[in-house]
Structure formats: structure tokens, C-alpha cells
Design a protein around this ligand. Structure first.
Ligand SMILES: NC(=O)c1ccc[n+]([C@@H]2O[C@H](COP(=O)([O-])OP(=O)(O)OC[C@H]3O[C@@H](n4cnc5c(N)ncnc54)[C@H](OP(=O)(O)O)[C@@H]3O)[C@@H](O)[C@H]2O)c1
Length: 377
């Protein structure tokens, strides 16, 4: 499965509302922040809003700066990002500005909504039915594979943001806090009720922009099954970055590993040959830093740039065995072990046999291989 990078963007009042209930759109951002949003749009291949936002705000969703549009064209991108909306009803106003400004438009809908949307919109947009219900994973894969979208900016509203965050499909949240209060419980909120990751998101940046504050967050909680979530990709990326820190070796791989609890708390990290130990493996080094009685291990995920080893001569137990003994039952890795040192190594097989889930994310394989290029044929 290949998805775009999904960035959720929103501005909220101090009491957490996206808008008020008046007929006009409530302006929450400051002029300089609108310009920042314009820059983020310019870096995106596509911008998505729900049909509710088109109905409520009648937005154009353009890159307003001529310089930014020229820069896009200079880089071989279309002048404007693709504009995307989602609707189940297909009830879209053909006179809305969304359809008459900017570049290409795309509507994802249900089989039921498709007929209505196509009838209302004519050739103003491509209408793509995704079956009886809209599955966000199918939508994101279609955007990436069929439309070539690598970076998707989602500009609301709350119904759409809520689903993407709850389903673990948001890579980043860019939230602007505006210094005003709405105070009307009928106004739309950014996130609705439901199940979110249990722990804290990772705050990666704060920035004052005139009188508003931009906060950037990344979700941290690992997935719970075979389908990867955005946080799985972040943690595996961190493991791959650790692999690059290993002292070089001509006789062993350079590998990084991170152990993460179900609520997104990092329990430990390690890399090959760390601390002057010439034979220690990354997963072994990381697990050695966690109290074996830590109850969080049972729900934890181990991220390893290379599949945990199945057999080894340097220590009594291979890493796949150490992971199972620690009680961990989910492993995410970038790269299956090649035959360089061990024939038919199958750490994943050992893990699966022991009751663990193994998720391979091949999009990280080249990053995992980079510090090992001298070892791989
Ligand atoms: N402050 C900000 O940054 C910001 C940004 C954007 C919007 N807003 C505000 O947010 C409000 C609108 O938010 P909202 O939550 O009402 O609307 P929304 O999220 O923009 O759109 C919801 C609509 O999208 C479609 N949709 C969503 N999920 C779907 C799914 N899984 N399958 C099929 N269709 C799906 C449905 O359309 P159908 O009803 O057609 O089936 C649904 O009614 C407005 O007041 C707007 O001003 C604020």
C-alpha cells in the first residue's frame, strides 16, 4: 500500500471551534498565517476538503501567490494543486467556486453518490466511485498510484479531519490557535468524538505568527494489526536513521531499532555495535534497556530497519527470539534479511510462528540498505 504524505491543516478558536454558526466564514488566521497556508498549498500535489466545507465556506482553495505558482511550474508541477473533495450524497453545488477556479478537480464518492455528482458537475470534475462506502485507505492509494499525489494537504472540515486522525492516516497536524472565542456549542469542532490514539502526540514545532500560534504535531501510536498507520512510518524512519549511526563493519549489518509502547511512548532505541560492543544487534541493544517486567512490552511494537535475525553465532539467542521472549507481538521492518551472512534467514517466519505480527514497509528498504551498500550484492 502506497499513500501520500497526509497533512491535516486547520485553525481553531481558543475554545476549539473551527467556525461559528453565522452565515459568513469565521476568519481565524491572521494575514501572515494565510500566506503561510498559501506556501503549504504550493508545496502540495493536492488539497482535499469535505463536501461540507464547500457548502459552508464556498472556498476557492488556490495558490494565490503568482511567484509560488511560477515556482511550481518551474519544477514541472501543475500551476495549481489538484482539488479533491469527498461526498456520500453527491450533493454538490455546480456553481461553487471550487469548480470554477484553479486546476483539476476530483470527487471521491460512493456508488450511490456518483450518479448525482456526475449529473450535477458534468465535465467540471472527475468523479470516482469507491463502492458502497468510502474507504479512506482506498482513496489514498488511488490518489498516490493513479493521480501521482505524494503530498496531500487536508483543509477540513472537522468530519474529514476526525476520520483521518482516528484511522491513523494523518502524518502531520498543523494547527493554528487563534485568540478569539466562539462560545456556541452548535458551532463545528475540529475533532469529534470517537477513538483516538491513547497517548500524547509528538509536538514537533511551535511558531508565533502575528497573533496566532502554529503548532505542528505528529501522531505517535503504532498500528495494531497488519495495516500500517502513519506513526509506523515515522518510527521506522527513525530506526533507519539510527542504522546510519552504526560503527561501520565489513562482517555485520548496520541496523537501527526502536521499541514503542501502544500509546506512542518510546521505550528504548538501539543500533548495531553500540556502546563499543562489536557484536550487539540493534533490537538486542534496545530491548536490554527495557525492564523485562515492563507491562507495556506486551502491547509494544519493535521497529527494525532490517528484519530481526533468525540465527546467529555471536550470541545464544537471535533477535527474533529475544523479541518473542520480551512479550512483544508486533514488528515493523523495512527490509527482509538477504543471504549475505546467513542462508535463508527468516526472522519474520520465527516471529510469526511465535505469534507475532510482522509488517514490512518496502518504501523504507533503500534507506535501510544505505549504510549497508558495501555488504549487499
Ligand atoms: N477553521 C478551519 O481551519 C476550517 C477549515 C475547513 C472547514 N472549516 C469549517 O468546518 C465546517 C465544515 O465541517 P464539516 O465537518 O461540517 O464538513 P466537512 O468535513 O468539510 O465535510 C463533511 C462531508 O464530507 C463528506 N464526507 C466526509 N466523510 C465522508 C466519508 N467517509 N464518506 C463519504 N463522504 C464523506 C460528506 O458529504 P455529503 O454530506 O455530501 O455526503 C460529509 O457531510 C464549516 O463550518 C467550515 O467553515 C473550518
Amino acid at each position: 500500500m502506497s499513500y501520500p504524505y497526509v497533512l491535516l491543516s486547520a485553525a481553531v478558536s481558543l475554545d476549539g471551534y473551527l467556525d461559528d454558526t453565522g452565515p459568513e466564514r469565521l476568519l481565524l488566521s491572521s494575514p501572515a498565517d494565510f500566506d503561510r497556508v498559501d506556501a503549504v498549498r504550493a508545496e502540495s500535489d493536492a488539497i482535499l476538503v469535505g463536501a461540507g466545507t464547500i457548502r459552508a465556506d464556498n472556498p476557492r482553495l488556490l495558490v494565490n501567490s503568482a511567484e509560488r505558482r511560477a515556482a511550481r511550474v518551474g519544477q514541472g508541477m501543475p500551476e495549481y494543486p489538484l482539488k479533491v473533495t469527498v461526498t456520500a450524497s453527491g450533493d454538490l453545488d455546480p456553481a461553487a467556486k471550487f469548480w470554477h477556479t484553479g486546476g483539476d478537480k476530483l470527487v471521491y464518492t460512493t456508488d450511490r453518490g456518483a450518479e448525482r455528482a456526475a449529473r450535477l458537475l458534468g465535465d467540471s470534475a472527475d468523479v470516482v466511485p469507491l463502492g458502497p462506502a468510502l474507504d479512506w485507505r482506498v482513496l489514498l492509494e488511488h490518489l498516490r498510484v493513479v493521480r501521482g499525489v505524494r503530498r496531500l494537504m487536508v483543509e477540513g472540515g472537522g468530519t474529514v479531519h476526525t476520520q483521518l486522525l482516528q484511522q491513523g492516516l494523518a502524518d502531520e497536524l498543523q494547527l493554528v490557535l487563534a485568540p478569539l472565542l466562539v462560545g456556541d456549542t452548535d458551532a463545528p469542532r475540529l475533532f469529534g468524538p470517537g477513538t483516538y490514539q491513547a497517548g500524547r502526540l509528538c509536538l514537533v514545532e511551535t511558531r508565533r505568527i502575528e497573533d496566532v500560534v502554529l503548532m505542528r504535531y505528529e501522531p505517535t501510536a503504532p498500528g495494531t494489526g497488519p495495516a500500517p498507520v502513519a506513526a509506523d512510518r515515522h518510527w521506522l524512519g527513525a530506526a533507519c536513521a539510527l542504522a546510519a549511526l552504526c560503527p561501520p563493519s565489513g562482517t555485520a549489518f548496520s541496523v537501527g531499532a526502536v521499541v514503542v509502547a501502544a500509546d506512542g511512548t518510546e521505550l528504548a532505541r538501539g543500533h548495531s555495535r553500540e556502546g563499543g560492543d562489536p557484536v550487539v544487534h540493534a533490537e538486542e541493544a534496545a530491548l536490554a534497556k527495557v525492564d523485562p517486567a515492563d507491562p507495556r512490552l506486551a502491547g509494544a511494537t519493535v521497529y527494525s530497519s532490517l528484519e530481526p535475525c533468525a540465527r546467529r553465532a555471536s550470541r545464544p539467542a537471535p533477535c527474533s527470539e529475544l523479541i518473542l521472549r520480551a512479550g512483544v507481538r508486533r514488528v515493523v521492518t523495512a527490509w527482509r534479511e538477504p543471504d549475505t551472512f546467513v542462508d535463508a534467514a527468516d526472522g519474520s517466519g520465527v516471529l510469526v510462528k511465535g505469534g507475532a505480527e510482522v509488517v514490512v514497509l518496502p518504501e523504507y528498504e533503500s534507506q535501510a540498505k544505505a549504510p549497508n551498500s558495501h555488504l549487499v550484492r
